[in-house]
Write a protein that binds this ligand. Structure first.
Ligand code: FES
Ligand code: FE2
Length: 393
């Protein structure tokens, strides 16, 4: 029997009410991060997701309808028809736009009403007084990008050297099935849990090697010497590993605003990074990864999917998930939105600290009326370069 008379060791009973950093995690309209993220373009889907049948999509906590009109132009509209509110999910896509099923109002990709079949004169004189809420979209690299922020602050859609300077025989490939997140497409946790992982190179030698066995290649089991640096668009990390064959591996990783991961091949394909991944917040408790990569063969991107215990993630039994956890288990395991109040950041979390600070500064920039980093408005200035890659010396 404990007779410590009020001086007992603390237990879980003494744990205070948990809390999380809402300012850094929540993405809905009007929240600090939601407004920061809305100052950038985000991919809402792959090019092939925009077709002649309306598709439900969700981005930054907003439900929207994606379609492609008969002229090949992608459109992204608010689902509730501005007439009397039925959903355009049941609409029909035509040459010039999407027609609501209920009374047939027709809207183009910018929400202009082109036809009101049950109004006198097809709504002539009234049509231009209504507008279906819409968002601008642009198509590039096989993705459909949307801008959901204040219209007067819309930056240019960025261009990436990594995706435009192709070596001989290379082409671009896309993936939305969540490479590195189990391959289920949508992960049921906050986007920041995944994004912070990009600046957490220490977990590689533990989670992906010592704990779960080789999930990438044996060299990744070597605990690297790590340095972090801020740069114009976000953060960089360099991981140096002395290899058994006498060579040194310099692995460089970048995390850019808004949510871009430039992570070189974990199976150590040498040279500059071949892919850029967008950590797309669907809402505050779900995200998906959209990746574009330079490949030499279509479908190659999927081959880089890591295996646990020799199996793909979705084939693992519950027991194997426990024995051979990967990024999905570690990040979804932090909960829907990780309780930051219960964290104890250590030395190895320097990258996490710096990344959060970077975001905090950008939150301040927009509150003070400025434009956040990496938003370009002058044509020619929207190019983003990269140092990421696996370099052997
Ligand atoms: S509700 Fe859409 S046309 Fe009437
Ligand atoms: Fe990982």
């Amino acid at each position: 029997m404990d007779s410590s008379g009020g001086t007992a060791e603390p237990t879980a009973y003494t744990l205070p009410e948990p809390g999380y950093r809402a300012d850094l995690t929540e993405v809905e309209k009007g929240t600090p991060m939601g407004e920061l993220l809305r100052r950038y373009w985000h991919p809402v889907g792959l090019s092939e997701d925009a077709i002649g049948t309306p598709k439900k999509v969700r981005l930054l906590g907003e439900d929207l309808i994606l379609f492609r009109d008969g002229q090949g132009r992608p459109g992204l509209v608010y689902p509730r028809c501005c007439h009397r509110g039925t959903t355009l999910y049941y609409g029909k896509v035509e040459e010039t736009g999407i027609r609501c099923c209920y009374h047939g109002w027709l809207f183009d990709i910018e929400g202009h009403c082109l036809d009101m079949p049950v109004e006198p004169n097809k709504g002539e004189g009234y049509r231009d007084r209504v507008r279906q809420p819409w968002y601008p979209v642009e198509e590039r690299y096989g993705l459909i990008f949307a801008y959901m922020g204040p219209p007067e602050r819309k930056p240019l859609l960025p261009r990436f050297n990594l995706l435009e300077e192709l070596d001989e025989g290379e082409m671009l490939d896309t993936d939305d099935t969540g490479l590195g997140t189990g391959g289920l497409g949508i992960a049921p946790c906050n986007w920041l849990q995944h994004f912070e992982n990009v600046m957490d190179p220490f977990h590689v030698a533990i989670l992906h090697a010592a704990f779960s066995g080789t999930q990438f290649v044996p060299e990744m089991a070597i605990m690297p010497e790590v340095s972090f640096a801020r740069y114009e668009y976000g953060m960089r990390s360099q991981q140096v590993r002395k290899l058994e064959d006498g060579r040194t591996l310099y692995r460089r990783t970048e995390a850019l605003l808004p949510t871009l991961r430039v992570v070189p091949s974990p199976v150590l394909q040498p040279g500059r990074c071949a892919s850029i991944g967008w950590t797309v917040p669907i809402d505050s408790t779900h995200y998906k990864l959209l990746t574009v990569a330079r490949v030499t063969e279509k479908g190659e991107l999927c081959k880089h999917r890591s295996k646990m215990n020799g199996k793909y993630w979705w084939d693992l039994t519950e027991e194997e998930h426990q024995k051979f956890p990967g990024d999905w288990e570690a990040q979804v395991g932090q909960g829907e939105i990780s309780y930051h109040s219960e964290e104890h950041l250590a030395k190895s979390d320097e990258g996490i600290r710096m990344l959060r600070k970077f975001y905090e500064e950008q939150l301040k920039v927009i509150v003070e009326g400025g434009d956040p980093v990496g938003t370009a408005f002058e044509p020619g200035t929207e190019w983003i370069g990269s140092d990421a890659g696996n370099f052997f010396e």
